[in-house]
Design a protein around this ligand. Structure first.
Ligand code: NAD
Length: 318
């Protein structure tokens, strides 16, 4: 029996699946050739990350499929309800990437507070001749300790981020549609320190925070959570961070807010039009952007691979 890992898989995860007696193919099959590849090889399981779409026509045209696995959290690239109706199991690996995404957010916070992205990008070109003027331009950072982070969406990643932010001496506010309080455990050396955080209102989080980080799923109808009205309520020094899903921050209204100096900056790992994001965002001097790499660490990918193997074992009843 063959499984196609179309967006790649960690070597330990691949070995764990193969130890169940399955063959794992890691060919990168283009989207428009997927149906014929799956049928030609009688693929029983299709594993994807965010790049491959698994829509109704593919599900209908590939009767050999018994499961579709998403290495990661959001399954918006899979017609999951339809697949389940047709008897095809769909699973994801929700817990594996939280720490990695939270660490990327912390990296973005530190990078934006000290202009690392802009200063680091300028040094290879002008560092030799314009050292003093670069020092003047970028030597006006601020400390992270004591700043307030507002976390919108306080699920797995939001809570993992709170632990890092609290550890760095930040004040943490959160807003979540389904929570009024949440206990956070800080693991320091071999000690565990528990603290209870109370929900704030959405308006408080938006208007008080120095950093506003989004950790919500793709919203119904693709609605944004942060747009024009929210930018108008933010502090002038506010930095908006989106590692959740493209579209949860309205990109055109973000550009407007940055150009009008309503907020200080933005850090984006996800975009409305992936894999071809709006160039105005990528080129903007106040935006730090990364190509959807929140979960792209060795540790997260290994955990994802092993979680996939566990799911397959459960589904195939090995
Ligand atoms: P989760 O399901 O554990 O938590 C999401 C939380 O958001 C829930 O508590 C929910 O109640 C809350 N929520 C939903 N809509 C809301 C709204 N409008 N306002 C306030 N709260 C709202 O999910 P998670 O594992 O923490 O993942 C969060 C997001 O991160 C998802 O969109 C996921 O796709 C994305 N993600 C991105 C990467 C990356 O590589 N950048 C990696 C993993 C996950």
């Amino acid at each position: 029996m063959k499984v196609l890992a179309n967006d790649g898989i960690d070597s330990k995860g691949k070995a764990a699946i193969e130890s169940l007696g399955l063959t794992v193919l890691t060919d990168k099959v283009p989207q428009d050739e997927l149906i014929s590849f799956i049928n030609e090889h009688s693929i029983v399981g299709l594993l994807v990350r965010s790049a491959t779409n698994v829509r109704q026509p593919l599900i209908d045209a590939c009767p050999s499929l018994r499961f579709i696995g998403r290495g990661g959290v959001g399954i918006d690239n899979i017609d999951a309800a339809y697949a389940r109706e047709k008897g095809v199991e769909v699973f994801n690996t929700p817990a594996s990437s939280s720490a990695s995404v939270a660490e990327l957010v912390m990296a973005m916070i530190f990078a934006s507070n000290r202009f690392l992205y802009q200063a680091g990008g300028s040094m290879p070109h002008g560092g030799h001749e314009s050292f003093e003027s670069l020092k003047k331009s970028y030597g006006k950072g601020t400390e992270v300790r004591g700043k307030t982070i507002g976390i919108i969406g306080f699920g797995r990643i939001g809570q993992a981020l709170a632990e890092y932010a609290l550890g760095c001496g930040m004040h943490v506010l959160f807003f979540d549609l389904s929570k009024t309080s949440q206990s956070i455990a800080l693991h320091i050396q071999n000690q565990k320190l528990e603290m209870e955080l109370q929900v704030s209102t959405f308006e408080e989080v938006i208007s008080i925070s120095d950093f506003i980080s989004l950790h919500v799923p793709k919203q119904p109808n693709g609605d944004s959570v942060i747009g024009k009205n929210e930018f108008a309520m933010m502090k002038k020094n506010a930095v908006v961070i989106n590692t959740s899903r493209g579209g949860t921050v309205n990109e055109l209204e973000l550009l407007e807010a940055l150009n009008n100096n309503q907020i200080a900056g933005a850090c984006l790992d996800v975009f409305e039009n992936e894999p071809r994001p709006n160039m105005d965002l990528l080129k903007h001097s106040k935006i730090i952007s990364t190509p959807h790499i929140g979960a792209a660490t060795a540790e997260a990918q290994e955990r994802i691979g092993l979680e996939i193997a566990e799911n397959i074992k459960r589904i195939m009843k090995f």
